[in-house]
Design a binder for this molecule. Sequence first.
Ligand code: BMA
Length: 893
Amino acid sequence: MNYVAWSFACLYVLDVLLLGSFAFEIKSRGVDSIFLNGKWNLMNSNSSLSLSADVPGCVHTALQSQGFISDPYYRFNDLVYRWISLDNWTYTTSFSLPDHVRGKEKAVLVFEGVDTVSTISLNGVIIGKTDNMFRRYDFEVTGLLKDKENLLQVWLTSAVIYASQRSHAHSQYRVPPDCPPPVQKGECHVNFIRKAQNSFSWDWGPSFPTLGIWKDVRLEIFNTLRLQSFTTSPKYDTDHSSWNVEVELFFNVVVLSKGFVRLSIPLLDSEAEFQLSLTPGQSKKTFGLQVNQNASIMFWWPFGHGDQFLYDLNIEINLEGGETFNAERMVAFRTVELVQEPLPSSPGLSFYFRINGKPIFLKGSNWIPVHAFQDQVTTDMITILLRSVQKANMNALRVWGGGVYEQDVFYTLCDMYGIMIWQDFMFACALYPTEKEFIQTVRTEVTQQVQRLKSHPSIIIWSGNNENEAAIATNWFNITVAERPLYVKDYVNLYVDNIRDIVLQEDSTRPFIVSSPTNGIESEKEGWVAHDPYDPQNGDTHYYNYTRDCWNWNEFPRTRFASEFGFQSWPSLSTLSKVSVPSDWDFNSDFSAHRQHHQDGNQQMLKQAELHYILPNSTDPVQRYRDTIYITQVMQAQCVKIQTEFYRRSRSTIVDGKGHTMGALYWQLNDIWQGPSWSSVEFGGKWKMLQYWATDFYAPVLSVGLENIGDMLIYTISDSHTGEHKVKAQVELYSWSSFDAVCSLESNWTTIKEGESTLVFQRTVSAVLTECGNCTRRSCVITFHLSSPNGEMIGPQNHMFLSSPRYAEGFQKPNITFTVKDAEIVQNYAVTLHSSFPAVYVWLDVDDVPGHFNVNGFLMLSPSLTVIFGAWRPTTVEEITAKLHVTSLRDVY
Ligand code: BMA
């Protein structure tokens, strides 16, 4: 664990300052942009409600901010406010044109994002319709504008009603699933609408089928042309061993225009100028900037593998008529390959990423939407989450296909932080229709999103959908054998013939796979739907099992790449108390059942916890509730740790043809609301125990302990590229009743190699116990770490149990007390704990004070220990002292 005190707040301020200089922007002389964001009027269908509403925004946010409804996340409000999504709503604004734009040749009204189904009118004339929240709409309005009092109206249709109508109109055959499982309390037929699929409910989130104008609205007025967007794609030319940056410019041209384009990367002394000739209509021009071969290019590396060099690329366009366009964007140089090759002694193919020629193990988690109301997602929220990702030693996230394509700032921050993104297209856990209009809107969506996002080096792969290959292959929807070909045909049509086809045309700088999980090349051979997409010997896998004992690592598939796995837990009381009342604070309350959207989820958590821990039994109901939350977080952290350590140590082993695991992305990083889920970070940014533990189990060099058929083994995994290290494992056994180690053991010196997992210690458990003397499986716990020849500790301290803590002998209440002091670093506080006995899963919770500890959820084997709390807002020693709660396993029963 990293014991260096750090201040999140300071880093955050720095990020926001840097972001300003990294964001891309088009400045043009000749095009006037008039933003129509701000206060609009909003009305429901029978005009009984009329209110002011922000654009960008949505109906729910407007109703809440104007006091018509209370917090939609509060208690059972997701059901109470269902009527909002069943109604139709109209947004109206009026505007005048500034003098200097009147009489220009062309006017285009740009909607960056409408959620979702609408008819739009300007001055009473219908200018267009929308049906896809993931695409931008440009409506030409030349000739419709008045100098004053232009009336712009967006007539939104209920997404729920629209989806239902579309599904009924699709009468030839059903496109399942019809509705989500009842436990999700959601709406039906979400697969018929191009909208965040989770917005009709998910197994971790509420049903809020929003309506709104969720992104900017602006008018663009010009005489000659406008530059709509541009992309920058550095490509490595292997024949000439040089880099070439491909720049695409997308124009909307009114009159024949001539001029020139200058591209430059000043830091690399690279510049080129090109003639430009544009004819009326839409037009795309592509240019290549050859990077100066004498310049030394610094690569962009994933976090933990090197720096993230970003270079400023300038685009300057000068037209003969005097118009100019200037744009800039940060570009980065990196290559990415998805390696699917035969492996020795294994039947399938490998599945791993090579970045800049080096194999990289992906360590991270899955990202879901940050909020049900996307207009409420701030740069702060995204920054805090992505900083948490990096802080926990993760280098990758998968933007999961049931949510949204994230906003630009998300990808810009990932570029800066070195977080690799596995980007799904937004299709999840369903079959989809393939009518002409549906395919057409998807084609536009995919083209636009690839063009918007492909300049980001952080994105390393595109993936067509979440689990839809598996849904057909393993027959989630009871499709008959006779009908199956029809659905496979639709599947291939949508993801292969359309989405894949577009992606391959638009972007040659990163790989594409059709689904996750998939068998990759093997799925393709089997006609894109493999008979078992969960095959551990090909492609990636998703694996969940809540009923089997998660401490038994033999249960896990030795996969090539674990892109999803996880366990649920409940968020802290301070997070839940914002949306509940004390009578809800009971694990068996209606509230607890209501927030749980996964069938039997609450029972599964307790059953899994009960295998190894005694469940909380305080007679004080609120204490019991807090303790139950705690035990679910203990269970989750321990289960995900064991599973992730298994994947990391499987990176260089092949057992029975399985292994060579090169990625572990647990499900899921973040939460959409305050409820139970697989997340490691709660809604609001508070870290669960799992997030603290990820810092260790994703450490660059890690030692892992386990038991295998009576043997105690310690493996070392190294992600470093710095060559070989000599290490030995130092092992200590502690009894539960004393702070003095019962005995210490050592391994021999072993050389660990970069990118490998190496066995460093092996003895039978009985030999270890005999040698140690006063220890039994139940009375002792084992700690271990690695050390170098000069005595340095390498990687984090780790520990293992030889028996479940529920059977621990000599285990006593530790009576932990604490004192808090100012740590003399901005907003950092030192908490010194005093304990009477060894304690396990020691958990510090400062209620609603935002921030986090340098270490938490730990094994305490000394009578006192100091940890640091870094607050994200000003606080005091007194506030922390008053709000701090310390819990350890022995305290809950
Ligand atoms: C997966 C995901 C999500 C889901 C999660 C937990 O398979 O793709 O659909 O939320 O499992 O059930």
